[in-house]
Design a protein around this ligand. Structure first.
Ligand code: NAD
Ligand code: MG
Length: 305
């Protein structure tokens, strides 16, 4: 149950010290189950519910965000709605409770929130998700490929073929499939944003399957960006560092590492999901019209290429 909250109270434009904007959390070693809910986390994350302030940067836009029930995807969906966009949200059916919370926040902004549950490992869902989004929103001009599977495995010999398959299908195959389908609808001016990770360059020994998909996402981003540039569709990526989301206490980290999560960054603390949102807003909006194939690192200061 919830015993602590990392929620900040000031908006993202308030002058403040990044070291102390959010407290340095020390989560307990308790694990929740994979695809666990925000409410199951002992320390609640900040997705900008009470703090993210929109300034009309995505007025009238239509966005599909995968993995938008929780964590970074939820923070992005909330920010997009506050910036004036209607949002379709994709998530696994067992995460319906989290999705409903996000839907309420988006609707409170007077925006459409289309809840479209399904399993991105399934090619048929990747296709129907796009069509359902277009039907619900009346079009599509922002795609955020953000869903991800991360399960730490100590010994390579114990990495099952099933996990390898699931990690690749969720983290990279679905990015290909959803983007390909979305291209039928994306007009010049549209943006595709892929969530990669610091793990693309600094793989943890316990995350070889996951980290290698993140390297693939960076490469996918740079290749596809060049192909779609002449069509006026920009493709970019965001690479988060250690961010407090349900992914981490649900097997994403060895349990004994949780209390120290994020403390080895130069800022000395884990990031909160809402701290990622402005990067996605920037890459989605036309203000980044000359930014293509870029990976924006949002990681508390960890050196990255
Ligand atoms: P999260 O668990 O809150 O979000 C991940 C979401 O992915 C889930 O909520 C779920 O809806 C979705 N998902 C997983 N498997 C799916 C499937 N088979 N079908 C449909 N949806 C599925 O965690 P998060 O940390 O916000 O993760 C979002 C993205 O950020 C992921 O791509 C993750 O790899 C990346 N990332 C996270 C961190 C971090 O420290 N939290 C760091 C770097 C990158
Ligand atoms: Mg979730």
């Amino acid at each position: 149950m919830t015993s602590e909250s990392a929620a900040g109270s000031t908006d993202q434009y308030t002058f403040q010290n990044p070291v102390t904007r959010f407290e340095s959390i020390s989560p307990p070693t308790d694990q929740i189950e994979e695809h666990g809910l925000e409410a199951d986390m002992e320390v609640q994350a900040d997705r900008g519910e009470t703090s993210y302030r929109g300034t009309g940067r995505l007025t009238g836009r239509k966005a599909l965000v995968t993995g938008a029930d929780s964590g970074i995807g939820a923070a992005v969906a909330i920010a997009f709605a506050r910036e004036g966009a209607d949002v379709a949200i994709s998530y696994l059916p067992e995460e319906e409770e989290d999705a409903q919370v996000v839907k309420k926040i988006i609707e409170a902004e007077g925006r459409i929130a289309a809840c479209l549950p399904g399993d991105l490992r399934d090619p048929a869902y990747c296709i129907s998700l796009v069509q359902q989004s277009v039907d619900a929103l009346g079009g599509l001009d922002i795609l955020v490929n953000n869903a991800g599977k991360q399960q730490a495995v100590e010994a390579f010999e114990d990495l099952t073929d099933e996990q390898l398959d699931d990690t690749y299908k969720t983290n990279i195959y679905s990015f290909f499939r959803v983007t390909k389908e979305a291209l039928k609808h994306l007009q010049p001016g549209s943006a595709v944003i892929n969530t990669t990770s610091i793990q693309a360059y600094q793989p943890s020994p316990t995350l070889v399957d996951y980290a290698s998909t993140k390297a693939a996402i960076n490469n996918f981003t740079k290749g596809l960006a060049q192909q779609l540039a002449p069509k006026g569709i920009r493709v970019n990526a965001v690479a988060p560092g250690p961010i407090w989301t349900p992914l981490q206490p649900s097997g994403g980290q060895p349990a004994e590492d949780l209390p120290e999560f994020g403390k080895d960054t130069p800022l000395g603390r884990a990031g909160q999901p809402t701290e990622l949102a402005p990067a996605y807003v920037f890459l989605a909006s036309s203000e980044s019209s000359y930014v293509l194939g870029e990976t924006l690192n949002v990681n508390g200061g960890m050196p990255s290429p």
